[in-house]
Ligand binder design. Structure first.
Ligand code: NAP
Length: 277
């Protein structure tokens, strides 16, 4: 096999040292016996287009893009999936043989696959889904919930205008809660999702006590460092089913890997422990 035939993929961000994606894809390549490579790449915004246009010529089949490039990648791409356009960000790029860049977003897929795996009954509750946060991850989560048939989403964000912006995008299924009064609005919630960055190790905690939360509410957190955030610990102590955010990271990688390397990989307990080490 010539060097040009070795399939390559990777992840582009700035910085990139923290990314768990190389371990994730590296484990799949090794266990599936594929002689390809998945490479972390630290690229500044000013260089992003030049780099993306060069990668197909070097044998890359595609890349993941992460912070801060998810929006810019969408602008650079030649073709954009309906879902990525709706979310306003891309996390998975695929290059065709002519170097045409196709952009997609698999965060919502990862979110739902993780929730289905961790709390398969999450849709049985009658109450609304409460989403905390209105950044890029919230957009992917809301699009996924709506596509799955969730009819009521209550959205709370520190910066209310950002939440209102999402209501404009996603329509009347979304209503806005006051960030400072979320705790008193959780009584009916059947799903609670933290999409903010609050709760990360070393950072500020979510300011909610979950006082009114029903034990029937399923609670999930996109933050996965620590694996069990204060939100999840608190919810678990109230009897709620909880789902950590690591599985979302693992599942969102599945569609990209399949497109680039031609095999659909599995998310397993072994993969979880490899990525955590
Ligand atoms: P983002 O676009 O920067 O949005 C950040 C969100 O957090 C905004 O809603 C922001 O509110 C809120 N926030 C930040 N600091 C806050 C504070 N001190 N008080 C209250 N709210 C605060 O980021 P993102 O891309 O949506 O990502 C959000 C989180 O999800 C990150 O921790 C990311 O690592 C995680 N994530 C995990 C996965 C996974 O696979 N598990 C996938 C994607 C993202 P304002 O609008 O008021 O600033």
């Amino acid at each position: 096999m010539s060097a040009a035939q070795i399939p390559l993929a990777g992840v582009i961000g700035h910085p990139i040292g923290h990314s768990k994606s190389p371990k994730l894809h590296g484990h799949w390549l090794a266990t599936l016996g594929i002689s390809g490579f998945y490479i972390p790449m630290d690229v500044r915004s000013d260089d992003l287009e030049t780099v993306l246009r060069s990668l197909p010529k070097m044998g890359f089949r595609g890349v993941n893009v992460t912070i801060p490039h998810k929006e810019q990648a969408l602008e650079i791409a030649d073709q954009v999936s309906v879902l990525a356009a709706r979310i306003g960000a891309a996390n998975t790029l695929t290059f065709d043989t002519n170097g045409v860049i196709h952009a997609d977003n698999t965060d919502g897929y990862g979110f739902l696959a993780n929730l289905d795996a961790g709390a398969s009954n999450w849709q049985t509750g009658q109450g609304p889904s409460v989403v905390l946060g209105a950044g890029g991850a919230a957009r992917a989560v809301i699009a996924a919930l709506l596509d799955r048939g969730v009819s009521r989403i209550q959205l709370a964000n520190r910066t209310r205008a950002r939440a209102e912006g999402l209501k404009t995008v996603f329509g009347d299924c979304v209503s806005i809660l006051d960030w400072d009064a979320v705790d008193v609005s959780l009584e009916d919630a059947s799903l609670l999702v933290n999409t903010t960055s609050l709760g990360m190790t070393g950072g500020d905690a979510l300011p909610m006590t979950l006082e009114t939360l029903s034990p029937d509410c399923v609670v999930t957190d996109l933050v996965y460092t620590p694996l069990e955030t204060e939100l999840l610990k608190n919810a678990r102590s109230k009897g709620c089913q909880t789902v950590d955010g690591l599985g979302m990271l693992l599942h969102q990688g599945v569609p990209g890997f399949e497109r680039w390397f031609g095999v659909r990989p599995d998310v397993t307990a072994e993969l979880r422990s490899v990525v955590l080490t």
